[in-house]
Design a protein around this ligand. Structure first.
Ligand code: FMN
Length: 357
């Protein structure tokens, strides 16, 4: 039965262009959750309930370690349905201070043979204020929602801090945690903000903005980094995060590398953008290991990049991740995948016996 469902899902998926498939799939998830009792039924069968999966981090109780990575639900339209599928948390965004359309289509490309995607969406989003309103209107049981913020493309680099600060203020009271995204390859100049001399004032200003906008609840703050950073730069970000009292680091965003993609004509046709999925796995794991060695449990590390199986998930946890995120495997494997992965992961964790986590 599972095999039939998966085959049908793949056939349906491949008939549509990638962004249209995303829109249809996401609409179906939202529709299922909007039917009276729909979200309840999905949650009942799919949400993680095994105590071995629970994670306490960032002052929050996560029902399971696997979250949906940023970029799938940029404007927070489907968090209830997505969480009902089994994600332990949902990271919305990237949002920017001003709404913007993103890059021209096509801007998302599939590489099914390698289970990879290339995208240059360019932060298409309705803006941080619209996201805040969307999250404020959530009723019923609210899943853990992180908000990922980036720079408005039209804003010049020397005004980047003010732009992030505007977003941070707008989302402070609706975000369970906030992520400063300085690692998307699709906004010119953005990744230069990862250099310590630029990152320090940026993160300091966002921290202050969150504290001012949310005086009663300290909003956890994380930074999301690229897998393309040199090792010395990874260490510098880790040191900075510790020095500034950040709560964690997300490793990693997409890569500008195309290593692992065999069809060079298709690669050339796709053009620039960030690659995600299986070919990113090894580098993302390497970055995670480096961060863990440098920070030694003092930060929450959220692993992302090519997580497809319970073995991948287990390996990241063993390498020092507290939480996990995925996007590309969800696209290829379909709506039952978060549940499947965590059910298998629970088995792996149980084999370890009590006390591992
Ligand atoms: C189509 C697409 C859009 C994405 N948009 C964002 C984004 O807006 N902000 C962000 O921080 N990461 C974004 N990402 C990166 C993912 O959040 C994740 O870090 C990356 O894809 C690696 O995980 P994966 O291999 O499981 O996909 C996007 C990824 C994809 C495939």
């Amino acid at each position: 039965m599972g095999g039939v469902y998966r085959a049908a899902y793949r056939v349906a998926l491949r008939r549509l262009p990638p962004e249209a498939a995303h829109a249809v799939g996401f609409w179906l998830i939202r529709a299922a959750a909007a039917v009276p009792g729909g979200a309840w039924v999905l949650r009942r069968f799919l949400a993680p309930r095994d105590p071995v999966l629970r994670v306490r981090a960032l002052g929050l109780d996560f029902p399971g370690p696997l979250g949906l990575a940023a970029g799938f639900d940029k404007d927070g339209h489907g968090v209830a349905g997505l969480a009902a599928l089994g994600f332990g948390f949902v990271e919305v965004g990237t949002v920017t201070a001003r709404p913007q359309p993103g890059n021209a289509k096509p801007r998302m490309f599939r590489f099914p043979a390698e289970r990879a995607l290339v995208n240059r969406m360019g932060f298409n989003n309705a803006g941080a204020a619209a996201l805040a309103a969307q999250l404020r209107a959530l009723r019923g049981s609210r899943p853990i929602v992180g908000v990922n913020i980036g720079k408005t493309r039209a804003v010049p680099d020397d005004a980047a801090i003010a732009d992030y600060v505007t977003s941070a203020r707008l989302v402070a009271d609706v975000a369970d945690y906030v992520v400063v995204n300085v690692s998307s390859p699709n906004t010119p100049g953005l990744r230069d903000l990862q250099a310590a001399d630029k990152l320090k004032p940026l993160l300091g200003a966002v921290r202050l903005a969150l504290d001012e906008a949310s005086p009663r609840r300290r909003v956890p703050l994380l930074v999301k980094i690229a897998p393309d950073l040199a090792d010395a730069d990874i260490d510098a970000v880790a040191d900075l995060a510790l020095g500034l009292g950040l709560d964690g680091i997300i490793a990693t965003n997409t890569t500008i590398s195309r290593a692992g993609l065999r069809d060079s004509a298709a690669v050339a046709d796709a053009g620039p953008g960030g690659m995600s999925g299986a070919p990113l796995r090894e580098r993302a794991l390497e970055v995670l290991r480096r961060l863990h060695a440098r920070t030694g449990g003092r930060l929450v590390l959220i692993a992302a990049g090519g997580i497809e199986s319970a073995d991948d998930a287990y390996e990241r946890l063993a390498a020092g991740a507290t939480l996990l995120q995925a996007y590309t495997a969800f696209i290829y494997e379909g709506p039952l995948w978060p549940h499947r992965l965590q059910a298998a992961l629970a088995g792996r964790l149980r084999e370890d016996g009590p006390g591992r986590r």
